[in-house]
Design a protein around this ligand. Structure first.
Ligand code: A2P
Length: 315
């Protein structure tokens, strides 16, 4: 499996399995199969509510000797309700308990948009109108708490998700430990060139969620065309005898972007791993580069009134 080096030389496998919305036995079967096939990078979050299942599958494989912890790269995220400094470590400890692990390889601030913590364990607090109740946390203070998580060896790496370049730079200006990863929506329609250029200047690896355009997500903005059905992508798939998904993933990987496609289907899990060690011609790569059109499938409407939500800055 190919990998990308993080700033401290830790290896992030270039293909990970995304697990958002996967739960229960479906997740357990998919993940066990994925590990069997060679996936060594798992992406989860406290708010996905699926860390326990992931922990069970990994623990079984560690126990029967078919997996070594040091070969696995596990990312989790601290949810918006736990961005106040005293709750950051608690959140990571909850994740570790769920995952049955001593450490995670990466922990991310899930989003810069904080939510109120009412102390009831509710991760998506809402008011009587059904709206998300937000709270403004000082992200620099949150980051200091992340640095403690790192120093206390609960996480081998720390980073952010859904942040703009300005938000990351605010952290970098004051940080002792620079974030090593930005996880953000990134695919052929949203290539995030500005954000990636900024992150490269700081040595921050950008990893891609929704690399296939999240075709089945109920939260996807349906006004946009489906990336997997794009004619140029389909044409290249025919030419290279690959699937449309493989064309999309290969393009990102060849741009040094780790990808986190999710699937519960064995054929597609296998397919999504077979995206390394081949390249498209420069002319065909250019066709894909030209598809970049700023289509963002996830706008996070619930966060639009948050003071850290900047609609006109890429995130
Ligand atoms: P399924 O679980 O049935 O395979 P994203 O990672 O961009 O959010 O996309 C995930 C969605 O894409 C899931 O609904 C998944 O469905 C589907 N998917 C995953 N891999 C492939 C593939 N190789 N070809 C087509 N659809 C895929």
């Amino acid at each position: 499996m190919g990998y990308i080096l993080l700033r401290n030389c830790a290896k992030m496998p270039i293909v990970g399995i995304g697990t958002y919305m996967l739960k229960g036995d479906v997740l357990k079967q998919a993940l066990d199969f994925a590990i069997f096939k060679g996936y060594r990078h798992i992406d989860t979050a406290l708010s996905y509510g699926n860390e326990s299942e992931i922990g069970e599958v990994v623990a079984d494989r560690l126990k029967n000797g078919t997996l070594r912890r040091k070969d696995l790269f596990v990312t989790t995220k601290v949810p918006p309700v736990y961005l106040a400094p005293p709750f950051v470590a608690q959140s990571v400890e909850m994740s570790l308990e769920n995952l049955k692990m001593q450490y995670v390889d990466m922990v991310l601030i899930h989003s810069p948009w904080g939510c109120i913590n009412r102390g009831d364990g509710q991760l998506r607090p809402i008011n009587q109108k059904g709206e998300r109740v937000m709270e403004h946390y000082d992200l620099l203070e949150t980051w200091k708490a992340f640095e403690s998580v790192y120093n206390n060896k609960l996480a081998k790496n720390i980073g952010v998700s859904n942040f703009t370049a300005n938000q990351i730079e605010r952290i970098c200006q004051k940080a002792i430990i620079i974030p090593s990863n930005l996880q953000t929506e990134c695919h052929v329609y949203l290539q995030q060139r500005r954000l990636r250029l900024y992150c490269a200047s700081r040595g921050i690896v950008v990893s891609a969620y929704a690399p296939l355009g999240a075709p089945a997500s109920p939260y996807r903005d349906k006004q946009h065309p489906l990336l997997l059905e794009d004619h140029v992508v389909e044409q290249l798939a025919r030419k290279y005898k690959k699937s449309a998904a493989q064309i999309l993933l290969n393009f990102l990987i060849n741009n040094n972007i780790p990808v986190l496609p999710k699937s519960q289907n064995q054929n597609r899990l296998r397919e999504n791993l077979d995206v390394i060690d081949w390249t498209m011609s420069p002319e065909d790569t250019k066709l894909l580069l030209d598809l970049d059109c700023g289509v963002k499938y996830f706008m996070f409407d619930w966060a639009k009134r948050h003071p850290e939500y900047f609609e006109n800055e890429p995130f």
